[in-house]
Design a binder for this molecule. Structure first.
Ligand SMILES: Nc1ncnc2c1ncn2[C@@H]1O[C@H](COP(=O)(O)OP(=O)(O)OP(=O)(O)O)[C@@H](O)[C@H]1O
Ligand SMILES: [Mg+2]
Length: 353
């Protein structure tokens, strides 16, 4: 049944867990109808910042499809993602050409605009609309990654007999989960934070203002590590404490005495380092574009659940912060799952052709 053309499967292979969302067409539009998640590491302390190796990812993926109850090779419309340090994207303004000419023009543009490290790269582009500032031009997001990362991704899919489909970037998919079917404010920009486990994608986008994205190498793993170092906990306990109590746990309840603190006094807390990095990126955006009207911050990803983080960001940047749940937005009941963690998978499954 999943081979039907009116179904799409969004597959988000994160570094911590795999999320799958199935979308079906109804009333002319795709809507998410089903979602499943599988943690990649049976023992959480084996977590690998470089992302899951093929030998770990493949069994976890098999589990996901078992939970969904269908065979990977039956999937007709697969939308999967790549993310991490070797992925970049940038908006440019370009003359609209036919497909073939556009592809080769964008390859040249990518070489000019995106810092590729000289290794073989894969380039793709997406036209997002007319350039309102320059007539006859369109706004294009060009995306690039290394051939090595792209091939490694496809090898994992091949091992499962999944037919490769569209591959998208985390940054674009998480933003799409919010903007598809919704109008952004006429003026100013929205800030998207996809807070995962190894990194936070920061993306800035507005109806008239240029798309900007940057990965900040601070996310869930770094918060857990801070609890490990601060209280001398093992990784798995720290992870649990973080999820249940947040970053300021009741020490008595977890059987820890204050004196155990291993953190050096001068060390900056992770939350402040994350705040500083966001601040630096936003200042760069203002400097480059002249646009400083930030309307709202949208939090997505598993670490958006961290207690107090939304308040912290709202206060630091004096801006409304919303933890966006793309499942309830489509009237799905979350069944105990944290909806914002599915943002990338929802964005993938809903992506326009
Ligand atoms: N209730 C919670 N409170 C705090 N953190 C949470 C909570 N639930 C999950 N997390 C954290 O969310 C992270 C996983 O989120 P997510 O699934 O978005 O990451 P990922 O996509 O696998 O990682 P990445 O995109 O960085 O490769 C983990 O670090 C986990 O500890
Ligand atoms: Mg992720």
């Amino acid at each position: 049944m999943f081979g039907r053309l009116n179904q799409r499967v969004g597959l988000d292979i994160g570094s911590h867990s795999i999320k799958v969302v199935v979308a079906e067409k109804s009333g002319g539009k795709f809507r998410p109808v089903k979602f499943v998640r599988q943690e990649i590491y049976p023992e959480i302390d084996k977590y690998d910042l470089d992302g899951p190796k093929r030998s770990v990812a493949v069994p976890a993926l098999s589990e996901v499809f078992k939970k969904l109850g269908f065979l990977p090779r039956k999937v007709r419309n697969l939308y999967s993602n790549i993310g991490g340090a070797q992925v970049s994207a940038k908006e440019i303004s370009a003359v609209h050409l036919d497909d073939e000419e556009m592809a080769s023009a964008m390859l040249l543009e990518a070489r000019k605009h995106i810092p590729l490290d000289g290794s073989q790269s894969v380039v793709d582009y997406q036209i997002i609309g007319d350039d309102l500032k320059v007539s006859d031009k369109v706004r294009v997001i060009i995306a690039a990654t290394t051939r090595k990362l792209f091939d490694a991704h496809n090898e994992i899919l091949k091992d499962l007999e999944l037919r490769p489909g569209v591959v998208d970037l985390d940054q674009l998919a998480s933003m799409n989960s919010y903007i598809i079917g919704r109008e952004l404010p006429e003026d100013g920009v929205t800030i998207f934070l996809n807070l995962g486990c190894r990194k936070t994608n920061l993306t800035v986008f507005g109806r008239k203002d240029i798309f900007f994205t940057r990965d900040i190498p601070i996310a869930g793993h770094h918060f857990t590590e801070e609890l490990v170092r601060r209280y001398g906990l093992d990784y798995a306990t720290a992870e649990q404490v973080k999820i249940v109590q947040g970053m300021n746990p009741d020490l008595e309840a977890i059987g820890i005495e204050k004196e155990v603190k291993l953190l050096r006094v001068a060390e900056k807390a992770i939350i402040d380092r994350l705040g500083d990095e966001i601040n630096r990126s936003l200042r760069y955006y203002v400097k480059e574009t002249g646009q400083s009207l930030f309307n709202q911050m949208i939090m997505l990803g598993g670490t958006a659940a961290l207690k107090g983080l939304d308040e912290y960001l709202s206060k630091k940047f004096s801006i409304p912060v919303d933890i966006y749940n793309p499942l309830t937005a489509y009237e799905l009941s979350c069944n105990g799952e944290f909806g914002p963690q599915y943002a990338v998978a929802v964005g993938l499954a809903l992506r326009g052709d």
